[in-house]
Design a protein. Structure first.
Length: 118
């Protein structure tokens, strides 16, 4: 198991019907030794209320497991939403990818979810 796991979020993953599977995969990654989870928001330009609640559920899960949660590629709209809700205080946001590249050999995909980094 890799220590750093990069997860590319999409609206499909955060939707109510897909989220339980995604949540279980996050739990599996943490149980198998994942220490740093990086949520890549590059495919997310905005968040609906239900999607925001899904992100908050991920935060709670990671926080309870003593793992580190990083955010990358956040759009301006999502950043503003996080500021308005106070969520920016609990996330560690990485600079844009061109300033801080993450090598793909440090990441591992989640099983069965096509929109995750490989």
């Amino acid at each position: 198991m890799r220590v750093i796991v990069k997860i590319v979020l999409s609206h499909e993953i955060l939707q109510t019907s897909q989220f339980p599977h995604f949540h279980k995969e996050i739990e599996r990654l943490i149980e198998s030794g994942g220490k740093i989870l990086m949520l890549d928001f590059s495919k997310i330009n905005f968040l609906k209320n239900s999607e925001l609640m899904a992100v908050v559920a991920i935060v709670k899960l990671v926080r309870d497991s003593a793992c580190i949660l990083l955010i990358s590629a956040m759009s301006e709209q999502v950043r503003i939403l996080f500021e308005l809700t106070g969520l920016e205080q609990i996330f560690q946001c990485l600079p844009p990818a061109e300033e801080h590249p993450l090598k793909s050999e440090l990441t591992e995909p989640l099983a069965g979810l096509h929109s995750l980094a490989s």
